[in-house]
Design a protein around this ligand. Structure first.
Ligand SMILES: C[S@@+](CC[C@H](N)C(=O)[O-])C[C@H]1O[C@@H](n2cnc3c(N)ncnc32)[C@H](O)[C@@H]1O
Length: 206
Protein backbone atom coordinates (compact mmCIF):
# COMPACT_ATOMS: atom_id res chain seq x y z
CA UNK A 1 0.00 0.00 0.00
CA UNK A 2 2.69 2.48 1.01
CA UNK A 3 4.73 1.58 -2.07
CA UNK A 4 1.84 2.62 -4.30
CA UNK A 5 1.44 5.80 -2.26
CA UNK A 6 5.09 6.80 -2.67
CA UNK A 7 5.01 5.96 -6.39
CA UNK A 8 1.94 8.14 -6.95
CA UNK A 9 3.52 10.96 -4.93
CA UNK A 10 6.55 10.89 -7.23
CA UNK A 11 4.21 11.08 -10.25
CA UNK A 12 1.96 13.90 -8.94
CA UNK A 13 3.55 15.55 -5.86
CA UNK A 14 1.16 18.54 -5.59
CA UNK A 15 -2.01 16.50 -6.04
CA UNK A 16 -1.00 13.67 -3.69
CA UNK A 17 0.70 16.11 -1.28
CA UNK A 18 2.02 13.45 1.10
CA UNK A 19 4.56 10.65 0.83
CA UNK A 20 2.82 8.27 3.24
CA UNK A 21 -0.83 7.54 4.07
CA UNK A 22 -2.56 8.75 7.27
CA UNK A 23 -1.53 6.93 10.46
CA UNK A 24 -3.81 4.38 12.11
CA UNK A 25 -4.18 6.80 15.05
CA UNK A 26 -5.41 9.58 12.73
CA UNK A 27 -7.77 7.18 10.95
CA UNK A 28 -9.32 6.14 14.29
CA UNK A 29 -9.56 9.74 15.48
CA UNK A 30 -11.37 10.81 12.32
CA UNK A 31 -13.71 7.79 12.27
CA UNK A 32 -14.66 8.45 15.91
CA UNK A 33 -16.15 11.78 14.81
CA UNK A 34 -18.85 9.90 12.87
CA UNK A 35 -21.79 8.09 14.44
CA UNK A 36 -22.42 4.77 12.73
CA UNK A 37 -25.28 3.63 14.94
CA UNK A 38 -27.67 4.12 12.01
CA UNK A 39 -27.43 3.94 8.18
CA UNK A 40 -25.24 6.72 6.79
CA UNK A 41 -24.26 8.23 3.47
CA UNK A 42 -20.60 9.22 3.51
CA UNK A 43 -18.56 10.88 0.75
CA UNK A 44 -14.79 10.94 0.87
CA UNK A 45 -12.63 13.35 -1.16
CA UNK A 46 -9.13 12.05 -1.95
CA UNK A 47 -9.17 8.58 -0.35
CA UNK A 48 -5.74 7.78 -1.85
CA UNK A 49 -4.98 4.16 -1.03
CA UNK A 50 -8.17 3.92 1.07
CA UNK A 51 -6.77 3.99 4.59
CA UNK A 52 -9.79 5.99 5.94
CA UNK A 53 -12.24 4.29 3.55
CA UNK A 54 -11.44 0.82 4.92
CA UNK A 55 -12.16 1.96 8.49
CA UNK A 56 -15.43 3.65 7.47
CA UNK A 57 -16.52 0.51 5.62
CA UNK A 58 -15.64 -1.59 8.65
CA UNK A 59 -17.83 0.60 10.89
CA UNK A 60 -20.81 1.37 8.66
CA UNK A 61 -24.07 -0.60 8.58
CA UNK A 62 -25.07 -2.89 5.67
CA UNK A 63 -27.49 -0.29 4.28
CA UNK A 64 -25.02 2.61 4.36
CA UNK A 65 -23.29 4.05 1.28
CA UNK A 66 -19.76 5.35 0.73
CA UNK A 67 -18.79 7.43 -2.31
CA UNK A 68 -15.07 7.75 -2.97
CA UNK A 69 -13.86 10.63 -5.16
CA UNK A 70 -10.26 10.02 -6.24
CA UNK A 71 -8.56 11.96 -9.06
CA UNK A 72 -5.62 9.61 -9.43
CA UNK A 73 -6.35 6.70 -11.81
CA UNK A 74 -3.91 4.27 -10.15
CA UNK A 75 -5.41 4.84 -6.69
CA UNK A 76 -8.92 4.57 -8.18
CA UNK A 77 -8.19 1.20 -9.80
CA UNK A 78 -6.74 -0.04 -6.54
CA UNK A 79 -9.85 1.14 -4.63
CA UNK A 80 -12.10 -0.59 -7.20
CA UNK A 81 -10.16 -3.78 -6.56
CA UNK A 82 -10.33 -3.45 -2.76
CA UNK A 83 -14.09 -2.83 -2.68
CA UNK A 84 -15.14 -4.93 -5.68
CA UNK A 85 -17.29 -7.19 -3.49
CA UNK A 86 -18.95 -4.41 -1.49
CA UNK A 87 -22.04 -2.87 -3.16
CA UNK A 88 -22.12 -0.10 -0.52
CA UNK A 89 -18.96 1.48 -1.98
CA UNK A 90 -18.89 3.56 -5.18
CA UNK A 91 -15.49 4.56 -6.55
CA UNK A 92 -15.49 7.66 -8.75
CA UNK A 93 -12.27 8.30 -10.63
CA UNK A 94 -12.78 12.04 -10.81
CA UNK A 95 -12.73 15.38 -9.09
CA UNK A 96 -14.53 15.92 -5.79
CA UNK A 97 -16.20 18.83 -7.61
CA UNK A 98 -18.40 16.21 -9.34
CA UNK A 99 -20.11 15.57 -6.00
CA UNK A 100 -23.62 16.80 -6.86
CA UNK A 101 -23.77 15.03 -10.24
CA UNK A 102 -22.48 11.76 -8.78
CA UNK A 103 -24.99 11.80 -5.92
CA UNK A 104 -27.79 12.31 -8.46
CA UNK A 105 -26.38 9.52 -10.61
CA UNK A 106 -26.50 7.17 -7.63
CA UNK A 107 -30.00 8.30 -6.59
CA UNK A 108 -28.75 9.74 -3.28
CA UNK A 109 -30.09 13.11 -2.13
CA UNK A 110 -27.95 13.94 0.94
CA UNK A 111 -24.74 13.02 2.74
CA UNK A 112 -24.48 12.68 6.51
CA UNK A 113 -20.71 13.04 6.53
CA UNK A 114 -18.15 14.29 4.05
CA UNK A 115 -14.51 13.54 4.77
CA UNK A 116 -11.72 15.28 2.91
CA UNK A 117 -8.03 14.47 2.58
CA UNK A 118 -7.43 16.57 -0.54
CA UNK A 119 -4.84 19.38 -0.40
CA UNK A 120 -7.44 22.17 -0.21
CA UNK A 121 -4.74 24.79 0.36
CA UNK A 122 -3.43 24.48 -3.21
CA UNK A 123 -6.89 24.81 -4.79
CA UNK A 124 -7.48 28.05 -6.60
CA UNK A 125 -9.81 30.27 -4.52
CA UNK A 126 -12.80 30.04 -6.91
CA UNK A 127 -12.62 26.22 -6.95
CA UNK A 128 -12.16 26.10 -3.20
CA UNK A 129 -15.27 28.24 -2.58
CA UNK A 130 -17.33 26.30 -5.13
CA UNK A 131 -16.41 22.96 -3.52
CA UNK A 132 -17.16 24.28 -0.04
CA UNK A 133 -20.57 25.49 -1.22
CA UNK A 134 -21.39 22.12 -2.84
CA UNK A 135 -20.22 20.32 0.28
CA UNK A 136 -22.45 22.45 2.49
CA UNK A 137 -25.45 22.14 0.16
CA UNK A 138 -25.46 18.33 0.01
CA UNK A 139 -24.96 17.80 3.75
CA UNK A 140 -28.05 16.81 5.67
CA UNK A 141 -29.02 19.27 8.46
CA UNK A 142 -26.89 18.22 11.43
CA UNK A 143 -24.27 16.76 9.07
CA UNK A 144 -20.51 17.18 9.33
CA UNK A 145 -17.68 18.05 6.96
CA UNK A 146 -14.45 16.65 8.38
CA UNK A 147 -11.00 17.55 7.11
CA UNK A 148 -7.43 16.71 8.09
CA UNK A 149 -4.76 19.06 6.79
CA UNK A 150 -1.23 20.24 7.52
CA UNK A 151 -2.47 23.83 7.81
CA UNK A 152 -5.78 25.07 9.13
CA UNK A 153 -6.20 27.66 6.37
CA UNK A 154 -9.57 26.27 5.23
CA UNK A 155 -11.25 27.57 8.40
CA UNK A 156 -11.05 31.14 7.14
CA UNK A 157 -12.81 30.16 3.88
CA UNK A 158 -15.44 27.79 5.24
CA UNK A 159 -17.48 30.51 6.95
CA UNK A 160 -20.74 29.23 5.44
CA UNK A 161 -20.74 26.42 8.00
CA UNK A 162 -22.55 27.09 11.25
CA UNK A 163 -19.83 25.96 13.63
CA UNK A 164 -16.30 24.55 13.46
CA UNK A 165 -13.97 22.88 15.91
CA UNK A 166 -10.30 22.05 15.35
CA UNK A 167 -7.66 20.01 17.06
CA UNK A 168 -3.97 19.63 16.30
CA UNK A 169 -3.29 15.90 16.03
CA UNK A 170 0.33 14.93 16.67
CA UNK A 171 0.16 11.16 16.08
CA UNK A 172 0.64 11.44 12.34
CA UNK A 173 3.57 12.26 10.09
CA UNK A 174 3.28 15.17 9.59
CA UNK A 175 0.96 16.33 12.43
CA UNK A 176 -2.44 17.44 11.13
CA UNK A 177 -5.20 19.85 12.00
CA UNK A 178 -8.44 17.89 12.17
CA UNK A 179 -11.40 20.21 11.75
CA UNK A 180 -15.10 19.39 11.91
CA UNK A 181 -17.44 21.86 10.21
CA UNK A 182 -21.05 21.49 11.32
CA UNK A 183 -24.21 22.22 9.39
CA UNK A 184 -26.97 23.26 11.80
CA UNK A 185 -30.15 21.24 12.19
CA UNK A 186 -32.09 24.31 11.16
CA UNK A 187 -30.95 27.68 9.77
CA UNK A 188 -31.32 29.42 13.11
CA UNK A 189 -30.76 26.35 15.28
CA UNK A 190 -27.53 25.05 16.75
CA UNK A 191 -25.40 22.59 14.88
CA UNK A 192 -25.56 18.92 15.63
CA UNK A 193 -28.12 18.06 18.27
CA UNK A 194 -29.68 14.75 17.23
CA UNK A 195 -28.64 13.94 13.71
CA UNK A 196 -31.32 12.37 11.54
CA UNK A 197 -30.13 9.74 9.07
CA UNK A 198 -30.12 10.94 5.47
CA UNK A 199 -32.64 9.31 3.17
CA UNK A 200 -31.05 6.51 1.23
CA UNK A 201 -32.26 6.14 -2.32
CA UNK A 202 -29.36 4.30 -3.89
CA UNK A 203 -30.57 2.56 -7.02
CA UNK A 204 -27.36 0.55 -7.46
CA UNK A 205 -27.56 1.15 -11.19
CA UNK A 206 -24.15 2.80 -11.48
C1 LIG B 1 -2.74 13.62 0.98
S1 LIG B 1 -3.46 12.39 -0.06
C2 LIG B 1 -4.55 11.64 1.16
C3 LIG B 1 -4.72 10.19 0.95
C4 LIG B 1 -5.48 9.43 2.04
N1 LIG B 1 -6.79 9.97 2.24
C5 LIG B 1 -4.73 9.38 3.35
O1 LIG B 1 -5.22 9.93 4.34
O2 LIG B 1 -3.65 8.79 3.42
C6 LIG B 1 -4.54 13.35 -1.10
C7 LIG B 1 -5.36 12.55 -2.10
O3 LIG B 1 -6.33 13.43 -2.70
C8 LIG B 1 -6.41 13.18 -4.09
N2 LIG B 1 -6.97 14.41 -4.69
C9 LIG B 1 -6.36 15.62 -4.80
N3 LIG B 1 -7.21 16.53 -5.32
C10 LIG B 1 -8.39 15.89 -5.53
C11 LIG B 1 -9.67 16.29 -6.03
N4 LIG B 1 -9.89 17.55 -6.43
N5 LIG B 1 -10.66 15.37 -6.11
C12 LIG B 1 -10.44 14.06 -5.72
N6 LIG B 1 -9.26 13.64 -5.24
C13 LIG B 1 -8.24 14.53 -5.14
C14 LIG B 1 -5.00 12.83 -4.48
O4 LIG B 1 -4.94 12.13 -5.71
C15 LIG B 1 -4.56 12.00 -3.27
O5 LIG B 1 -4.90 10.64 -3.45
Amino acid sequence: MSALFFKRFLQRPFQIASIIPSSKALVNRVAAKMDFSQPRVVAEYGPGDGVHSREIVRRMSPDSQLLLFELDPAFSSDLERQFADDPRVHVINGDAAQLTEELTRHGIDRCDYILSGIPFSILEIKKKRALLQKTYDVLTPGGKFIIYQVTNELRQHATLFDRAESEYFLQNIPPMFVTVFHKANSRNGHAHAAMPPSRLHANHSA
